[in-house]
Design a binder for this molecule. Sequence first.
Ligand code: SF4
Length: 132
Amino acid sequence: MAKLINTIEHALKKPVWDCRMCGQCVLHATGMTCPMTCPKTLRNGPCGGVREDGACEVRPDMTCVWLKAQARSEKLPRVWREEFDELRPPVDNQLHGTSSWVNLLTGRDKRTPDGWSAETAAAHGGRSEAAG
Ligand code: SF4
């Protein structure tokens, strides 16, 4: 059953959002722009390498995913717009390839690394203590 749900989720989200099946969907909080399409897979905003014309430093042929996310988020309902500025936990790579729908229902997508909290990470400039 989980495999069927994975297949359906991927079939629906890949063409629209270029979904990479991270298993922890945050589209609603990122202007309906998949952060996993960022070459650095950053989930909390752009790196310091955005070019003057708004292009990605890794892939100059593409606009920074986070510039698109910011612009799109301003068109979303307020409740989702407010989530844009919330600190998202590090992506759990153990969930890669699993269904974010299933993980949402089971609560698995809410599990964060030991010791990680948004408050602690914010106090360290967005980094987890483990990451330094
Ligand atoms: S499940 Fe993950 S990879 Fe897929 S659209 Fe959502 S955030 Fe992007």
